[in-house]
Write a protein that binds this ligand. Structure first.
Ligand code: MOS
Length: 757
């Protein structure tokens, strides 16, 4: 792909499809049940796999009695470490920062509760489930260590995806000494377990040394070589199909043990195998959000300008791997300050390994930073919005770079106006509603990186005027089937309804990771460029063809739209794509594309999406039950491809903010290390009644530097800012700040006692 054009030639304007609030193009398939998720595949001769999980969190399996399981009707085999072959790559060996150490029956070690210790294969799902229940294990068990006070502390080498654990800039100590005021907050955030609607599932079928895998996946280009390494086959021998995901949020970007066990079982049994996780199996082997213990401090001068920002985070990981949420890096580029000191430490828990979860690092860090900045405003005697505006960062405080674009001021204003923020009393406990409920208003700033990944795409225009565009990209519910389709159609200068479009399998050009809020920019940029490459070739043909009205127009002077090529300066002069191709006798034109971000731009600019979120809560003055009654956000994320879907992503993120602030908490039994609330009865997430009024406003932002098309992401932006906004609203209603998330009734009651309220 050496001659793939890097820069779009702009033969086509992004805009006739993009910018429209098209409804989901996969919507009908989803609501009629014809969209095929991984577990919907039922190849002939299928075996069902169910794994038995460890009932201890740390130690060894000393014996496994599988007789009863094997004797159960329908059970055909039980895989244990005794009969499971070694994988070609040691599953504890890491090949990329995206690789997790996984548990695949390679030894007798137990590293977390629920870890797979045996896999039962049966003719029916029922038999496999019953077989798993009949496996009897004995253990040599050590005391589980879960929690910051019990786990083993260490100094990490990196946090997040290869980010340094410590950073400082400016005269931090000197500035601290000069400070007139300071505000600090200490808070903990809990383990949060990934619980997409669709639990991880795999259906695998081998044909010789070729394997076809149906598996929800956010990064087909990484998964394909990953699977190949584990099984000792060339990557081209892996076909991976992932047309639909029932949510990903980071948990489906890497490969996990259960999925590899399904593929391994299919190879062993020489039959297709399906392994689909049950809800309770989501609480261990497939990644979660690190727990954190954080402290944030802001120091100010006598005029309330920030002088120093300090953020320390102690972050959980597992006993056997090193993913650490980069919580203390969340504020590096947020508020203007001449000096910064951030640092991470790690603590090993006997849990599965954490990993990326919607806005990894930023969600946890922002949840505490936004409280600290509110406390700073309170100490300064200022309105929280005025204080944030006073300390507005015109340049990235961590490195002095200008922002590629930053319409945060406009976001603050748009959402404040819609919310009615100007009527907010400065002091807490000033507002009651007609039912006597304490009412509070709080705010937070949203921020998320705007990364860009090297995606590839292909487009084809045929002489009958039909066209096709494709990339391996992933729709995990965020709307890639629609937004990427719009960009692909714009690249080809055609209506979305007039092109074929395909994503979600490994035969297509690598669409890169659907993650980091970068998929629309990256895969969409590639699709646009691929279509544009087709039109560039078509323009070459037409402008050199004496019989074309475009003859001699010059390649750069023509545009394509609605299947017609025309002169830029005189749109009446032109002809259809079909006429050009048929006259030239060309069957089809193939275009290749990659989106582009200018290298110099990356070095020159700090690139982020921004937003502002305002929350209203109502709190029962006696029982301290908290309800979020209104959330209003405004967000700026460059060019918005599909406003309806962007708003859906943003409100989804805001709802997760409600979840973080008030609901979610993974709990483990201290003695056994087992999860205590591994179902939706015990692991609370918001329902519609928990989010009565939600607004996500989109603020125009022209970002000329972030990439060719000025597109940023919105997937992770909405959760940041929202969590702190809710905590700040709870403080404004009650005068109480709790020391941990989620904000709980018992902590508010204790706070009320301390206040004498
Ligand atoms: Mo994400 S946490 O980049 O899917």
């Amino acid at each position: 792909m050496a001659d793939t054009p890097m820069v779009a030639a702009h033969h086509v304007r992004l805009g006739s499809n993009s910018g429209q609030s098209m409804t989901r193009r996969d919507g009908i398939a989803k609501v009629t049940g014809t969209a095929t998720y991984a577990a919907d595949n039922h190849p002939e001769n299928l075996l069902h796999a169910v794994f038995a999980g460890a009932s201890i969190a740390r130690g060894r399996v000393t014996s496994l009695d599988i007789e009863a399981a094997l004797a159960h009707p329908g059970v055909v085999h039980v895989m244990t470490p005794d009969n499971t072959p070694a994988l070609s790559q040691d599953p504890d060996q890491k090949t990329t920062p995206f690789t997790a150490r996984i548990d695949v029956l390679q030894n007798d070690k137990v590293r977390y509760a629920g870890q797979p210790i045996a896999v039962i294969l049966a003719e029916t799902l029922e038999a496999a489930v019953e077989g798993a229940r009949l496996v009897k294990a004995t253990y040599d068990s050590d005391q589980a260590r879960i929690g910051f006070d019990d786990g083993e502390a260490f100094d990490p080498e990196a946090v997040g995806i290869s980010t340094p654990p410590k950073f400082s800039t400016g005269d931090f100590e000197g500035n601290r000494k000069k400070a007139a005021l300071s505000a600090s907050v200490e808070m903990e955030t809990p383990l949060q377990y990934h619980n997409a609607m669709e639990p991880h599932a795999v259906v695998a079928e081998w044909d010789g040394d070729h394997v076809t895998v149906d598996m929800p996946n956010q990064a087909i280009g990484l998964a394909k070589p990953g699977i190949a390494n584990y099984f000792g086959i060339p990557p081209e021998n892996v076909t991976l199909r992932s047309p639909y995901l029932g949510g990903g949020f980071g948990s489906k970007a890497v490969l996990f043990g259960p999925q590899m066990l399904g593929i391994l079982a299919a190879r062993e049994m020489k039959r297709p195998v399906k392994l689909a996780l049950k809800r309770d199996q989501m609480f261990g082997p497939v990644q979660h959000r690190s727990a954190t213990r954080q402290s944030v401090r802001y120091d100010m001068d006598a005029d309330n300008n920030l002088l120093a920002f300090e953020h320390k985070a102690n972050v959980s990981t597992s006993s056997f791997d090193n993913w650490l949420d980069g919580a203390a890096n969340a504020g590096l580029s947020l508020y203007a300050t001449p000096s910064i000191s951030v640092s991470h430490t790690g603590t090993r828990f006997d849990t599965g390994t954490p990993g990326a979860m919607r806005a990894p690092g930023i969600a946890t860090g922002s949840a505490v930073i936004e409280c600290a900045i509110d406390v700073a405003a309170e100490k300064a005697g200022m309105d929280p919005l005025e204080f944030r505006l006073l300390n507005y960062a015109e340049k990235d405080p961590s490195n002095g770079k200008p922002y590629s674009a930053k319409a945060l001021r406009e976001c603050y204003k748009a959402a404040a106006d819609s919310f009615g923020w100007k009527d907010r009393p400065l002091k807490p406990r000033q507002m009651r509603d007609e039912n006597g409920l304490l009412t509070g208003w709080g705010m937070g700033t949203s921020i998320f990186h705007a990364p860009f990944f090297p995606a590839k795409a292909r487009a084809v225009l045929r002489k009958d005027g039909s066209a096709r565009a494709e990339t391996s990209g992933a729709d995990m519910g965020q709307g890639a089937w629609t937004a990427l389709w719009q960009m692909a159609a714009d690249g080809l200068g055609m209506a979305a309804d007039d092109i074929e479009f395909d994503i979600g399998h490994s035969d297509l050009p690598d669409g890169s990771v659907a993650g980091g809020s970068a998929h629309t920019a990256s895969a969409g940029g590639a699709l646009f460029a691929a279509g544009n490459d087709v039109i560039r070739q078509l323009a070459e043909i037409a402008t050199q063809d004496k019989d074309s009205p475009l003859f001699g127009a010059g390649n750069e002077r023509v545009l394509g739209e609605n299947g017609r090529l025309f002169k830029a300066e005189d749109p009446n002069v032109g002809e259809s794509y079909i006429d050009i191709l048929q006259r030239a006798g060309i069957e089809e034109i193939e275009g290749r594309g990659r989106g582009n971000r200018d290298k110099a731009s990356t070095e020159t600019y700090a690139m982020f999406s921004h937003g502002a979120v305002y929350a209203e809560v109502k709190v029962d003055p006696d029982l301290f039950q908290v309800r979020v009654t209104r959330l209003v956000g405004a967000f700026a994320a460059g060019r918005i491809i599909n406003p309806r879907l962007a708003q859906s992503q943003l409100t989804g993120g805001m709802i997760w903010g409600v979840s973080f602030a008030l609901h979610e908490e993974g709990m483990h039994d201290k003695r056994t290390g087992r999860p205590l609330n591994n179902d939706f009865a015990g692991y609370h997430i918001p329902v519609l009644a928990d989010v009565p009024h939600l607004e996500a406003l989109l603020v125009d932002e022209d970002d000329p530097h972030v990439n060719d098309l000025g597109v940023k992401g919105v997937g992770e932006l909405g959760i940041t800012g929202t969590v702190g906004a809710i905590a700040n609203a709870v403080w404004h209603a009650t005068g109480i700040r709790t020391a941990r998330y989620p904000i709980k009734i018992e902590d508010l009651l204790k706070g009320a006692q301390a206040l004498g309220a």
